[in-house]
Design a protein around this ligand. Structure first.
Ligand code: ZN
Ligand code: ZN
Length: 628
């Protein structure tokens, strides 16, 4: 159905002045105030028929003057909603309303929102003001807002390219592994059909120098031909190379969730800074990061979007980190259904509900297998937590400090909720210091609480108990503050980097390692070659990079206690991965394993094949597999 035919199906008198595609959505501009405010049956029928979202916006000619509209909004919105800034985007006839409690502006059954629409004739979009202020969230929002003219043209262009022609049931589907095959790192998979080319993730391998970047030189890959990129989540091994594409000519869309976009910016900025410091150069600049944000198309879980002429994408919760998504891609008119898990947690954590598995159809499954290996068995959560509590109690009792090196995203917040629970139960009463990027990432968690587990949301919204702002947490934001913490009394310190490869953890070790009262607790995997691994292996004299030229001390003596408390991980273990395959609503014909070490992938794949009698593949990098 083309745009004119759609117009023909609308009620008489709807006074449509403009109708266009915006990304996957159809947008109608109207001069009829009633048609804008009240949703009509005809439009609902069209949504059903086209399986597309239809957004009705007022023609800018009937929009109230901006200052008058803003005043009306402030009057209509209840005070408890705590309205902040109000911004206008005339290109989209849209008003962005920032509020501490967005739910109150929407009102019961959307009543308040409807009143705002009727009174102002602007199309309202409500955004949450986070409990913890975040420069990154502000920056991302500012880029999107200041580029709204460009974004309008961009979204129209994408909309025109996608069109609604789904092609026939004939055709072929193929995936090429440009990274992440038989390795953990640089995830990048090219999905091709006769009509489109889509890249699933674009990551780097931070642990490798030689194999850091995906194989973009593969003959089937061409930046110019790329239709879309999908980013499963913000970790660098999935999103770390995305800005490179934009810096080298890509100007198409990247589909991701809002938290993924914001956390990704933090990680990428940190990555280029680290690369500059360590190697004197980075593969891209902040320009590429900004361009990626400018071209982002935000998707919520469950929202369906046509992303190319023959692909329809739906995101589902992956249970891994904030905003992490499993992609379900419907290709052609029922030609093929592919599920790409990205990183997956099929088990309960404090932060997220287990990964979703309700796919109507799934013929091919590409699944991560980080912990698919035989030996990878995680201790029970209960055991690890019990152990952790006793480590803390012992250390505090003898007047020491507990230092926990942690990744900034995911694990740190899981620990925070754990510590907040202990504080609520009065099991600990020492400050918990957060150093490195952890504070900023936590701020992003308070921006998007709707991505957290149902239990956690209940705790936050119904009982007004947000663990992230518990009073035990203190931010360490400068070297002077860090010095105070080091010289102060008993405390818990959560700090980056997770594998002791750099960051503020180095300073804590320099100052706290030679006191046996203190304890270092590992909560995550320590990769081979990292300082973390050496300490875990029992090394007691550690080579330490010097602070600056005048600092000559190059080794430190480890006298502090060293412990490991696992069970706070964001990946699935072998049993959980196996359960995931067995409980999928639609049993796949083929499982393709990636994102794991070669040996464990092969072993896990053979086991899956034996159990379920389904085709199991474990490709190498640069292998291409035909799915249909
Ligand atoms: Zn991940
Ligand atoms: Zn990963």
């Amino acid at each position: 159905m083309n745009l004119n035919e759609i117009k023909g199906k609308l009620p008489a008198g709807s006074m449509i002045t403009k109708i266009l595609f915006e990304g996957s959505d159809i947008v109608l501009y109207t001069k009829n105030r009633n048609f804008f405010v009240e949703s009509s049956q005809e439009v609902r029928d069209l949504v059903q028929l086209l399986r597309k979202r239809i957004d009705i916006r007022p023609d800018v000619a009937i929009c109230e003057k901006q200052d008058v509209a803003a005043a009306k909004i402030r009057k209509i919105a209840p005070t408890e909603a705590e309205v902040g800034e109000i911004l206008f985007e005339p290109e989209f006839s849209r008003v962005i309303i920032y509020a501490k409690k967005p739910g109150l502006i929407i009102g019961k059954q959307g009543q308040t929102l409807k009143e705002i629409k009727g009174e102002t004739c602007w199309s309202p979009v409500i955004k949450r003001i986070p409990l913890i202020e975040s420069k990154i969230v502000d920056k991302a929002r500012e880029i999107i807002h200041s580029e709204s003219k460009y974004r309008q043209r961009f979204l129209n262009r994408i909309g025109e390219q996608i069109r609604m022609d789904k092609g026939s049931k004939e055709g072929w589907v193929r995936v090429s592994f440009l990274g992440s095959a038989r390795e953990v790192g640089r995830s990048a998979i090219l999905l091709q059909t006769k009509r489109s080319r889509v890249l699933l993730d674009c990551g780097v391998n931070v642990a490798s120098v030689a194999d850091r970047h995906p194989f973009l030189e593969a003959p089937e890959f061409d930046i110019e031909d790329l239709d879309a990129v999908i980013i499963s989540h913000a970790h660098l091994d999935h999103a770390g190379f995305l800005p490179y594409l934009y810096e080298y000519g890509y100007d198409g869309p990247t589909y991701l969730t809002a938290p993924t976009r914001d956390i990704m910016i933090l990680q990428q900025l940190d990555y280029i800074k680290t690369m500059q410091n360590e190697t004197g150069g980075a593969p891209y600049t902040s320009k590429g990061i900004k361009s990626a944000v400018k071209h982002s198309i935000i998707m919520d879980y469950g929202h369906v979007a046509d992303i190319t002429a023959d692909m329809r994408l739906t995101f589902h919760n992956a249970g891994h980190i904030l905003g992490s998504a499993i992609s379900h891609i419907h290709i052609g008119e029922g030609l093929h259904n592919l599920v790409y898990t990205g990183d997956l947690k099929y088990g309960k954590s404090r932060l997220f509900d287990p990964a979703s598995m309700n796919f109507q159809r799934c013929e091919s499954l590409i699944m991560e297998s980080t912990y698919g290996g035989m030996t990878a068995k995680m201790p029970s959560k209960y055991e690890s937590e019990k152990k952790f509590i006793s480590i803390i109690k012992d250390t505090i009792k003898r007047g020491g400090k507990v230092v926990v090196p942690s990744f900034a995203v995911g694990r740190a917040q899981e620990l925070m909720i754990f510590f907040a629970e202990l504080a609520d139960k009065k099991l600990i009463d020492v400050p918990v210091y957060l150093d490195g990027m952890i504070w900023d990432v936590t701020a992003i968690h308070t921006t998007y609480p709707e991505f957290l587990s149902r239990d956690l949301q209940k705790q936050i919204f119904h009982y007004s108990n947000n663990p992230f702002v518990n009073k035990i947490f203190k931010r360490v934001a400068s070297p002077a503050e860090r010095k105070k913490v080091i010289e102060g009394g008993p405390a818990i310190i959560i700090t980056t980097s997770g594998m002791v490869t750099g960051g503020p953890i180095m300073e804590y070790l320099r100052c706290l390692a030679d006191d046996e009262k203190n304890t270092l607790v590992f909560v995550g995997y320590q990769a081979e070659g990292t300082l973390g691994r050496s300490i875990q292996m029992g090394w007691r004299n550690l080579p330490m990079p010097s602070r600056n030229a005048s600092d000559t001390r190059s080794t430190i003596r480890m006298k502090m206690q060293v412990e490991t408390a696992s069970g706070f991980g964001a990946h699935s273990d072998r049993a959980q991965l196996t359960n995931y395959v067995s409980r999928l609503k639609s049993r796949p014909e083929r499982v393709i394993l990636n994102h794991g070490e070669a040996r464990s992938i092969v072993d896990f794949g053979r086991n899956l094949h034996k159990m379920f009698k389904i085709e199991t593949q474990f490709p190498h990098n640069l292998d291409a597999l035909r799915l249909k």
